[in-house]
Design a protein around this ligand. Structure first.
Ligand SMILES: *[C@@H]1O[C@H](CO)[C@@H](O)[C@H](O)[C@H]1NC(C)=O
Ligand SMILES: *[C@@H]1O[C@H](CO)[C@@H](O)[C@H](O)[C@H]1NC(C)=O
Ligand SMILES: *[C@@H]1O[C@H](CO)[C@@H](O)[C@H](O)[C@H]1NC(C)=O
Length: 315
């Protein structure tokens, strides 16, 4: 493995909760299903290793974020993945607010335990429903850092991908995306229309993860599940999703507060996500009414357009 000097710490919130019956095909009118998406999580997309279909062996991911930064994955909230609570009642009272508070407590304790990472630039990232977790955690960090000279968390910014952000704009963008993409055939034709998908990203990888992370030798190697959690590793928790306590309609007020406070925000969106689509991302960026620094332009990868991007500044 190539070792590259590290400058940043990115914490990626992974692990989702979802409710029974939610799927990429559910209608946006079905509030729960729309919010609570079960797309294969960040862990499948950006980590250093990918899992082969045998659920046993690994290969290197050339797009791993740790080529550029130290990446710390946090399965959140407690009740998903290897994050657990011993108080069963907690599973029935989880919500946005407690998820953010728990993640904050985790980060502060982690940095106190590994203080050499304290001076590093610190960014928070996540995708999908983490479009709620990431800004809410960021706000807590931002507010508790205020007026502190060398805060434990040297917080610089956050990144969200295909992020659930603002119900109003998410709905408009989702309907528009579905209208223009012919939803019924969307999923089955994804691989055909997006040739890079079979090359760079395998939608079945969530299944391979479930096999892989439930292997006793993998758990041992990761020092995970030392307390013998009484249920298997899953990417979603039905219980946690069903009893979710709070989910504000919009994260945009937090964006405004953090932008005004000089925090960097990177909003990105892949165009093959039909649940939190790129069109919705466009609407909510417009809703922020920020002055444009650099207009929309294409980023190329091997001569082909990989992404289009724009930069905004605070007003
Ligand atoms: C958020 O959670 C914290 C810790 O669990 C609690 O002290 C606080 O009152 C909660 N705030 C709201 C608005 O519910
Ligand atoms: C939770 O319970 C397990 C098993 O009884 C125990 O080993 C562990 O220390 C407990 N964890 C906490 C945080 O109390
Ligand atoms: C934890 O370990 C126990 C006992 O080996 C196993 O039955 C359970 O599925 C594991 N749970 C998780 C979340 O890894």
């Amino acid at each position: 493995m190539i070792r590259i000097p590290v400058v940043v710490v990115v914490v990626v919130l992974v692990g989702f909760f979802c409710c029974t019956g939610s799927s990429s095909e559910s209608l946006p009118g079905d509030q729960e299903a729309d919010r609570i998406v079960r797309l294969p999580g960040a862990a499948e997309e950006l980590r250093p290793f990918r899992i082969r279909p045998d659920g046993k062996t690994l290969y290197l991911n050339p797009y791993a974020w740790n080529n550029l930064a130290n990446v710390l994955f946090l399965e959140s909230p407690a009740g998903v993945g290897f994050s657990y609570t011993n108080t069963t009642a907690d599973l029935y009272t989880a919500g946005d607010n407690r998820t953010a508070e728990d993640a904050y407590a985790f980060l502060v304790n982690w940095l106190e335990r590994f203080p050499r990472y304290k001076p590093r630039d610190f960014n928070i990232a996540g995708e999908s429903y983490a479009g709620h977790y990431v800004p809410q955690l960021s706000r807590i960090v931002y507010e508790r850092n205020k007026g502190i000279h060398n805060p434990t968390i040297n917080f610089k910014g956050f990144l969200v991908g295909n992020a659930v952000t603002d119900d109003y704009h998410d709905y408009i963008g989702t309907f528009e995306y579905w209208w223009t993409h012919g939803t019924a055939s969307l999923r089955s034709s994804l691989r055909g229309h997006y040739p890079w998908m079979s090359r760079a990203y395998d939608p079945c990888t969530e299944r391979y993860s479930t096999v892989y992370f439930n292997r006793p030798e993998v758990q041992k190697a990761l020092h995970a599940n030392v307390t013998k959690i009484p249920y298997p590793w899953k990417t979603c928790s039905d219980i946690v999703g069903t009893y979710w306590a709070d989910s504000p309609l919009s994260m945009l007020p937090i964006y405004q507060e953090l932008i005004a406070g000089g925090i960097n925000i990177w909003v990105f969106s892949g165009d093959a996500d039909a649940v939190v689509p790129v069109t919705a991302t466009g609407y909510l960026i417009n809703a922020l009414k920020l002055p444009t620094l650099v207009n929309w332009y294409a980023w190329y990868d091997n001569g082909k357009v990989g992404v289009v991007g724009a930069r905004y500044t605070r007003g």
